[in-house]
Design a protein around this ligand. Structure first.
Ligand SMILES: *[C@@H]1O[C@H](CO)[C@@H](O)[C@H](O)[C@H]1NC(C)=O
Ligand SMILES: *[C@@H]1O[C@H](CO)[C@@H](O)[C@H](O)[C@H]1NC(C)=O
Ligand SMILES: *[C@@H]1O[C@H](CO)[C@@H](O)[C@H](O)[C@H]1NC(C)=O
Ligand SMILES: *[C@@H]1O[C@H](CO)[C@@H](O)[C@H](O)[C@H]1NC(C)=O
Ligand SMILES: *[C@@H]1O[C@H](CO)[C@@H](O)[C@H](O)[C@H]1NC(C)=O
Ligand SMILES: *[C@@H]1O[C@H](CO)[C@@H](O)[C@H](O)[C@H]1NC(C)=O
Length: 583
């Protein structure tokens, strides 16, 4: 049943297909339309398990059922326009949301319900490869199901215009994969015979590269260069991922790349016009168009000319219902405690009371990271900020929230008795270190917003913003993406006010069990405790600072039990310290 008409004392707009606790965005926002071409694409990437939508953020509240309905309408529109639509996903469907992480094995539901999406090409990201079981299941359940569409290389012919598209899948030069998988870097693949053969095929109208690679990364430029060497004139369309940002790059007049954000917040739309078809000669110049669609029902309806009565499809509604059921089976709405306030990772400045990292350093880490045999020994506790993935909102903190905020399974390790003069310099060492703390290290996690890129990219100010009339009323403007890319600052489908994004340090430090007055007369030595993910960096830092080569990551001992992941420690903290009646 789609629509509930209830008589209530106040008029509540009942969201239907989205999850029961989710809400539609504020009405009357100003939307920019899509411009269809001959060949059109929908792109998702880095969903990280958020397929039930954002339950606390109306702007991104559409779930996978809504997306299924959206895709269906877009396919219908393509047919009506005698155009073609290609639907793409570039990986990292895994990890970062209870819907994926709380199931056993992880991702069991997601892999199954993904099969219900009518998708044309799909590839994996690094997050499908960290965990042995996850990698194995991806291989067993996803690759055979999608057959050739799960790409290394695949040739498809579009339905309406008969365009011949050869697509390739790539992953960046990732080295943290479990040893039951092998990652071939783009620089290696482009020298292989099969690739050379595939790009030498002259019966191709367009090459499509889908990669779990930042579209500004040189690894994609290398792939493009390899294709261009043999095909100076064939259009090459690239879809990227991994940086979690909205990005669009034009490489040459026949090649562009789109990257569509993260966490099922964004559906990327791209169209190309001017291609040669059986019926038509190529236009003198190709026309590219891109749009970043906020993932909500209002936008989906706007772009498909549907409304609350006509948008939902049986398949979409069924999926939404299934998602509700899966979430219930996993107990994701189980209340753990009530967050007394909002905390953000980057919207509030590090050091301010609303900054989550500051709260962790000052309050949470000293309390939860303990070892009963060493409790009285002063310790400094380091976690990399990339281990924290999402803001905390005032109100219910559920089992699910713990995965949204801190999904990784890193454990705490330590090295005892480190002279204070070394230990106290570590933090500065991390900050100045060029080694990565976000990705490519072998371990659970590293990407996430890179402050530099955010500053210059997704959140650049849109200066020419003005309220216009929507449906005869001044438009509502809510904070959100104000992306600036190679085509300018009008790519977002919804006009937003800018969110100011603040830098966070690479690593944060909590201090515990220090005696009074330690700041003036510090202890001689302390325990240095850290997430195992940065163990290698801690060893390198201590060696550099001490000028002694004696610290080795393999010598570091567990500080807490194997079960004491940050996710669990956070759950324990919330359960114990916060109220259980949310108001
Ligand atoms: C890998 O995934 C399996 C199955 O989902 C899970 O039991 C296991 O704890 C995971 N391993 C790690 C290191 O997270
Ligand atoms: C995974 O999902 C499938 C299909 O939904 C189900 O039949 C199977 O029992 C699940 N596997 C496990 C180990 O729970
Ligand atoms: C991939 O990265 C690793 C580690 O950063 C490096 O040693 C290796 O040379 C790179 N390989 C390629 C083909 O780029
Ligand atoms: C893979 O890693 C595991 C440890 O996680 C090890 O026991 C196993 O021998 C390794 N396998 C190969 C083929 O290297
Ligand atoms: C921890 O101690 C260091 C001095 O080593 C200090 O700079 C930092 O502010 C302290 N952090 C907290 C959260 O107290
Ligand atoms: C170097 O490391 C060794 C072994 O841990 C230790 O005994 C020694 O005191 C260290 N020297 C310095 C200068 O820190």
């Amino acid at each position: 049943m789609k629509k509930l008409h209830l008589l209530l004392p106040v008029l509540i707009q009942l969201a239907t297909a989205i999850q029961p606790s989710a809400r539609d965005p504020l009405p009357n926002q100003q939307l920019r339309d899509l411009k269809w071409g001959q060949l059109n694409f929908l792109h998702t990437t880095d969903n990280h398990g958020w397929h039930a939508g954002h339950l606390q953020e109306p702007q991104y509240s559409a779930d996978f059922g809504d997306y299924i309905s959206f895709v269906k309408h877009m396919r219908r529109l393509a047919d009506e326009k005698e155009a073609d639509l290609v639907v793409v996903d570039t990986g990292d469907r895994a990890e970062g949301n209870g819907l994926w992480d709380a199931s056993d094995p992880k991702g069991n539901y997601t892999r199954n319900f993904y099969h219900k999406l009518d998708i044309d090409v799909i590839t994996n990201g690094n997050h499908e490869l960290y965990n042995k079981t996850t990698a194995q299941n991806e291989f067993d359940e996803m690759i055979p199901y999608y057959n050739g569409k799960y790409v290394a290389s695949h040739k498809l012919v579009t339905k309406n215009l008969g365009l011949k598209i050869t697509s390739f899948g790539f992953l960046f030069n990732f080295t943290g994969n479990y040893n039951n998988t092998r990652v071939k870097a783009p620089s290696v693949v482009i020298k292989e015979d099969w690739f050379h053969e595939a790009i030498s095929d002259k019966d191709v109208d367009l090459f499509m590269v889908i990669g779990h690679i930042d579209v500004e990364d040189h690894e994609l430029s290398m792939v493009l260069a390899a294709i261009r060497e043999i095909n100076p004139d064939v259009p090459v369309q690239i879809f990227g991922g991994h940086s979690h940002l909205r990005k669009f790059v034009q490489y040459d007049d026949k090649s562009t790349a789109l990257e569509s954000g993260r966490y099922f917040e964004t559906v990327g739309f791209l169209s190309i016009d001017g291609l040669a078809t059986k019926a038509k000669k190529a236009a003198p110049k190709l026309n590219f168009f891109r749009r970043y669609i906020d993932a909500n029902r209002v936008g989906y309806q706007h772009h498909t000319g549907t409304n609350e009565d006509t948008f939902d499809t049986p398949e979409g509604l069924e999926m939404s219902t299934e998602l509700t059921k899966y979430r219930a089976e996993l107990g994701l709405d189980r209340l753990i405690g009530c967050a007394p306030q909002d905390w953000s990772l980057n919207k509030d400045m590090y050091g301010s009371p609303n900054n989550w990292y500051t709260f962790l350093e000052e309050t949470v880490l000293p309390k939860v990271v303990t070892n009963k045999d060493r409790h009285d020994i002063p310790r400094i506790i380091f976690i990399n900020t990339g281990s924290q993935r999402f803001d905390v909102f005032k109100g219910p903190f559920t089992y699910d929230t713990s995965f949204l905020v801190s999904p990784f399974t890193s454990k705490f390790r330590f090295t005892p008795n480190v002279p204070w003069e070394y230990a106290s310099q570590l933090r500065e060492y991390f900050e100045d270190d060029s080694n990565p703390y976000f990705h490519t290290l072998g371990g659970p996690e590293r990407e996430g917003p890179r402050p530099q890129a955010l500053k210059s990219n997704s959140f650049r100010v849109n200066q020419r913003q003005q309220n216009v009339l929507v449906n005869g009323a001044p438009s509502t403007i809510v904070p959100g993406y104000t992306t600036c890319d190679d085509f300018g600052n009008d790519g977002d489908d919804t006009v937003h006010s800018r969110i100011i994004w603040h830098f966070a340090p690479k690593v944060i430090q909590g201090n515990a069990s220090f005696p009074d007055g330690w700041e003036t007369s510090p202890p001689e030595a302390v325990d240095v405790v850290f997430m195992d993910f940065i163990g290698w960096n801690v060893a390198a830092g201590l060696n550099e600072i001490s000028g002694n080569d004696s610290y080795r990551a393999v010598d570091f001992q567990p500080y807490m039990g194997e079960e004491d992941t940050m996710t669990k420690l956070l759950l324990d903290y919330v359960e114990k310290e916060w109220r259980h009646d949310c108001v």
